[in-house]
Design a protein around this ligand. Structure first.
Ligand code: BG6
Length: 483
């Protein structure tokens, strides 16, 4: 089944930080796939801008190398030369004057202009100021900003104010790449395009929700960033928060930016403050020759967490009394992300000696093998009595759609085309980001004040023992972390 492809309008996209890791790993390969799919008019330009004094030929060669490295299946694609022809390069000083006149000369009049800030947030202000000052950005231009969007409420607010000096909120696209993931968007389709689930989607029928985002990688290679951040800032405040919003929000009146983001904001504002006993933070230790967190970040005194598990509550009618258990961490047993909606048990069993009753679960797998699994009770075949057994109704989205799984679009492809289309639905609004920081700030501040060490955990496990206790003490269990 091939999805309908609608070309976007003509555009010039400038990538600031075009020689950096994100551009090479995600943005340029993603743009190439959209190009190869035929989504871009022939005249579209992609302009790399960075401090590096390289030239156009070298930028094109490096982009081909990046595609070979991060999307090897497409390295020999016949579409590659035409894509490389779209690329231009300007060596530019974000905080000075060098390069801006050349950039201005490269931009075509009368087409959409988008500017991707794939640089450290300290440069956002300087870039915004120069884009406006040199008349390169106009009222219809869009800017795309990456996380981390601040490191607390104060810095996020300052960033919002800086950007607002030169751009309207309607021009600012704050990326959380989880919102670009197909299965994350599917959460909305499952909830709001089916009659089956929404009537049950509340405290009357749901016992609890579990969200797990587990990674096997450590933080080696990005220790300097990560050690200043930690799992709470790096994953919970943004990616997992967005998942909570999509699971918990009320139906928006329409699938449009204002309606969806208004509903998400209400969820974040309804989060109860976290109690210290409802959070566990962990840090992976060394295992044989595999370095531990402290080695990876080259900071023997670090108290930064590489794992967080927590229980949150949403203070509104729909979710009264329904805990949401979240956990995420590095160097865990498997790379897997899933959401499990665990329903209540039926109020009364009519079957005698039927074996233990198990609660229905709807498990939405974000990665790998995106899909859905609904666990239901049925009768075990055979004569003699009524033995019940739980079985999965399992669906892989790729299989169901007749795709091989490798052609599922990457989050960045979807998000960049949305920027060109001017659709902000899958981007975070300034007030959403601030509300999320307002909720996480007190927790991080308490950790910093306490001077205690995160709980150690062995690589290849499910995280620290204490995180299991978080559920056991409520008489519940985490689902196993496995692929
Ligand atoms: C990034 C975090 O935003 O998301 C990383 O900074 C993390 O630490 C990554 O590894 C996870 O993204 P994904 O798409 O691999 O689940």
């Amino acid at each position: 089944m091939v999805s309908r492809l609608i070309q976007v309008e003509d555009f010039d996209l400038v990538i600031f930080g075009a020689t950096g890791d994100l551009a090479r790993r995600k943005i340029l390969p993603g743009l190439f796939r959209r190009h190869a799919a035929g989504q871009f008019p022939d005249t579209v330009r992609i302009i790399g801008a960075a401090r590096t004094a390289t030239d156009e030929a070298a930028f094109r060669a490096d982009t081909a190398a990046a595609i070979a490295e991060f999307d090897p299946a497409r390295a020999q694609s016949p579409d590659l030369p035409a894509f490389l022809d779209r690329l231009h390069y300007v060596a530019l000083d974000a905080t000075g004057d060098e390069g801006w006149a050349q950039l201005s000369a490269l931009m075509r009049p009368g087409v959409i202009r988008a500017f991707y800030f794939s640089v450290a947030p300290v440069l956002f202000g300087a870039l915004a100021e120069r884009l406006a000052g040199h008349g390169i950005a106009d009222g219809d231009s869009r800017i795309v900003v990456e996380k981390p969007f601040g490191r607390d409420l104060g810095s996020a607010r300052a960033l919002n104010e800086t950007l607002a000096r030169h751009f309207d909120e309607g021009q600012i696209y704050r990326i959380d790449h989880y919102l670009g993931k197909e299965t994350v968007q599917n959460l909305m389709a499952v909830r709001f395009a089916n009659m089956l689930f929404e009537p049950l989607w509340n405290a009357h029928y749901i016992d609890h929700v579990q969200i797990t985002v587990a990674e096997t990688m450590g933080v080696a290679g990005r220790g300097a960033y990560y050690d200043q951040s930690g799992a709470m800032r790096d994953m919970i405040q943004n990616h997992l928060m967005q998942l909570v919003c999509l699971i918990a929000m009320e139906p928006p009146y329409h699938f449009d930016p204002a309606a969806v983001r208004d509903e998400k904001l209400k969820v974040i504002r309804a989060l109860e403050p976290l109690a210290p006993g409802d959070i566990v933070r962990g840090q992976y230790v060394a295992d044989g020759d595999t370095p531990g967190y402290l080695d990876d970040v080259e900071n023997p005194d670090s108290r930064t967490e590489s794992f967080v598990a927590l229980k949150l509550r949403i203070a509104n009618w729909r979710w009264q009394g329904v805990p949401f258990y979240l956990r995420t961490g590095k160097r865990l047993r498997a790379r897997t992300s899933e959401i499990a909606i665990v329903f209540r048990l039926p109020p009364h069993s009519i079957f005698d000696d039927s074996g233990p009753q198990k609660a229905n679960q709807l498990v939405i797998r974000l990665q790998p093998n995106e899909g859905m699994n609904l666990k239901v009770m049925i009768k075990e075949p055979g004569p003699g009595g009524m033995r019940l057994v739980q079985v999965p109704l399992d669906m892989s989205f790729a299989e169901a759609l007749g795709r091989d799984g490798t052609d599922m679009p990457d989050a960045y492809e979807r998000l960049i085309t949305d920027v060109i289309r001017g659709n902000q639905t899958l981007f975070m609004r300034g007030d959403e980001v601030e509300a999320a920081w307002a909720w996480t700030d007190p927790v991080i501040a308490a950790w910093e004040a306490s001077k205690t060490q995160p709980e150690p955990y062995d690589p290849g496990t499910s995280g620290p023992e204490e995180s299991l206790g978080l559920m056991h003490r409520d008489g519940r269990r985490w689902r196993e972390i496995k692929t």
